[in-house]
Design a protein around this ligand. Structure first.
Ligand code: FES
Ligand SMILES: [Fe+2]
Length: 391
């Protein structure tokens, strides 16, 4: 049983940044608030759960757990990605427990009810008694798998578990517009370009740290040697996303002077510019002239998060074996930069067990994007509370 605590006070978080406080400690360390935020932030919005490249072939399935909610990602016969609740309609058995190719049938391991890749119930062996596969009270058309609203953008699979968020295209429209020049095919870099960290922090701390460039000089001295604090700018789109950009992006170069080809037709800004944006709630994107990435934060509990990092290019790596070593080198470089952040997000998590921490003090000139995220989270929780109270 979770302890029923009085709702946290969020009024101070929603204030203008000069007088605002950050989210209270309970938003990072309490299981009860984790569950409240799971409903308010992750399920009512569009959360990232994986990438379309996880299920490349028709019949591919992958189980995913979004903060306790069992989901099943499926590539159907038409090549579309679909997401279902990974729970059998008969007795609620978990359907698929490992990534696989099912060649068209999702079979429940318990009593073998079988579903098509579109979720429809196809077979119910012995349901009407031994040897009888039909029963007049089990109308198959009424027992399809529960479908979960999903969308794919920049290869990330997003889901809206509650089913009542605005259309994904509307929700993402502002970022799609901002990065419209980058609206072109992305190719995953392959095995070395996907790696994950198991991090001892609340998922929001990873968002908050990603949004800001303030920590650059101390946490990323290597990056800071050419892309300094003063070369960065803040990005704030209240209600949708926040992040930071640099004016001095430097392309990686291989031993033979080789570089990655740019995305097609980018404007001059992208010669030197690059942007790093957290799309609320849990996906962190990068757009750069020659590659991009997505980081999907999979919350495992109040104090634990799996961070999936996936890197993408403008070209199909299978067609450019000459760039394989540069792809590997780039993955290694990103891994080490992103690893530099881990001790601070874990350190902030530890710090939030300090009973007297009061949410902290935002630096108005430096912490705008972080506050934009806090404010969004606080407003979403408030809205959710109001909807539960029927007000
Ligand atoms: S629980 Fe799935 S077939 Fe019985
Ligand atoms: Fe960082």
């Amino acid at each position: 049983m979770l302890k029923q605590l009085p709702p946290t006070s969020l009024e101070e978080v929603i204030r203008p940044i000069e007088t605002a406080r950050g989210l209270p400690n309970a938003h990072y360390i309490s299981d009860a608030v984790f569950e409240e935020e799971r409903d308010a932030l992750l399920f009512r919005n569009w959360s990232g759960i994986g990438i379309a490249a996880d299920v490349p072939e028709p019949g591919d399935v992958k189980p995913v757990n979004l903060a306790g909610m069992p989901l099943l990602v499926v590539r159907d016969h038409e090549g579309c990605v679909r997401v279902f609740q990974n729970t059998c309609r008969h007795r609620g058995m978990i359907l698929v427990e490992k990534q696989d190719n099912l060649r068209g049938t999702i079979r429940c391991p318990y009593h073998s009810w079988c579903y098509n890749l579109d979720g429809s119930l196809r077979a119910t062996p012995h349901v009407g008694g031994p040897g009888r596969n039909m029963d007049s009270s089990v109308k198959r058309e009424e027992f399809s798998l529960f479908s979960v609203r999903s969308a794919v953008w920049r290869d990330v699979i997003f889901v809206n578990v509650s089913g009542d968020a605005p259309e994904f295209e509307d929700y993402a429209a502002r970022l799609m517009h901002r990065w419209s020049e980058h609206n072109q095919p992305l190719y995953h870099g392959g095995t070395s370009s996907g790696f994950a960290f198991d991090v001892a922090c609340n998922w929001k701390l990873a968002v908050e740290n990603y949004c800001e460039s303030y920590h650059l000089p101390w946490i990323h001295p290597g990056l800071n040697s050419y892309s300094r604090l003063e070369d960065h700018y803040h990005i704030e789109e209240p209600g949708y996303f926040a992040g930071q950009g640099t004016m001095v992006y430097r392309q990686i170069e291989g031993d033979r002077g080789e570089r990655f080809p740019d995305f097609a037709g980018l404007s001059e800004f992208w010669n030197q510019g690059a942007e790093y944006i957290a799309m609320f709630p849990n996906v962190l994107f990068a757009a750069q002239r020659d590659h991009g990435y997505a980081i999907i934060l999979m919350p495992q509990g109040a104090g634990r998060t799996i961070e999936r990092n996936e890197i993408y290019y403008s070209f199909d790596p299978a067609e450019r074996p000459d760039l394989k070593s540069l792809i590997d080198m780039n993955a290694k470089q990103w891994r080490s930069v992103l690893e530099e952040d881990l001790f601070v997000v874990e350190g902030m998590q530890k710090g939030r067990h300090g009973l007297h921490f009061d949410g902290g003090k935002f630096a108005p000139k430096m912490d705008g994007p972080t506050h934009t995220f806090h404010r969004w989270a606080a407003e979403q929780v408030e809205e959710h509370r109001q909807s539960l109270n029927g007000t």
